[in-house]
Design a protein around this ligand. Structure first.
Ligand code: IPE
Ligand code: IPE
Ligand code: MG
Length: 240
């Protein structure tokens, strides 16, 4: 048996995390280690995305959120922000047929304000082409920031004359209102922080940090992360 199949066999099918969210970090350092330009690291990162999406669909994960570009990433040189966003747009165009065929539904979370018209068109088309699928919900977080998301939600409640904020009405106004909270949040590259990712939704998520740089993150490591998750005891504040 291949190592991948061995790992799949070890996964308990009745406690598969419904929603896994990943902070895909370390593309720049991966490139630097090889004396490549940073963009080459981002391109290698796309290959890792392809593998993990495939694996998530294969084992029956229902929701996979990928942090691809944060609201704070605009602090990078324009050459890099442009290149990363163009890479995401082009990859989406290239992959959409395949994703549609593989029963994936492609969603977007983030602020559309700063994104180009052509980018928004691609994400809207991707959703339209895949919305009737029934497999993996792939949620791309682009120009996403948790603080912005909460502020946007509060502002839409104010605009609709809501008199009182509740956990429920606030949750219902987040970009993620159609999705369950992540069960497991993974961050690659050895950084131990959240960096404004799903700060409301991850209140009770299991967190897993790995030193692996995102382009090196493999199906095997993804499956091992699920096995680690399955050994955790989730208590949600109660006594177990
Ligand atoms: C993550 O990799 C991708 C984005 C944030 C767009 P980085 O580009 O942050 O890689 P490092 O952290 O510099 O290694
Ligand atoms: C978080 O990574 C954002 C994404 C992976 C898209 P960063 O590399 O931007 O985070 P910091 O700056 O190290 O916190
Ligand atoms: Mg980084």
């Amino acid at each position: 048996m291949k190592s991948e199949e061995k790992l799949i066999a070890k996964i308990k099918k009745n406690i598969i995390p419904k929603h896994i969210a990943i902070i895909m970090d370390g593309n720049g350092r991966w490139a630097k280690q090889r004396n490549f330009p940073r963009l080459k690291g981002h391109k290698a990162g796309v290959e890792a995305v392809r593998k993990i999406v495939n694996s998530a669909g294969h084992i029956g994960i229902k929701y996979l959120t990928l942090y691809a570009f944060s609201t704070e990433n605009w602090r990078r040189p324009e050459s890099e922000t442009k290149a990363v966003l163009t890479l995401i747009e082009k990859t989406l165009m290239l992959e959409i047929k395949n994703l549609a065929k593989n029963n994936v539904i492609v969603h977007f979370i983030g602020s559309k304000k700063e994104l180009s018209k052509s980018f928004i068109k691609k994400i809207d088309t991707a959703y339209q082409k895949t919305k009737n699928n029934t497999g993996l919900n792939l949620i791309l977080a682009v120009n996403y920031g948790g603080r912005n998301e909460i502020v946007d939600a509060v502002n839409s409640l104010i605009a609709s004359d809501t008199k009182k904020i509740t956990i429920e009405n606030l949750s219902n106004n987040l970009y993620t209102n159609k999705f369950p909270d992540p069960d497991l949040v993974i961050r690659t590259s050895g950084e131990i922080r959240i960096s404004n990712f799903l700060i409301w939704q991850s209140a009770y998520s299991e967190l897993l940090f790995t030193d692996t740089l995102w382009p090196d993150f493999s199906k095997e490591e993804f499956l091992k992360a699920i096995l680690v998750f399955q050994k955790r005891t989730r208590k949600f504040g109660a006594v177990k």
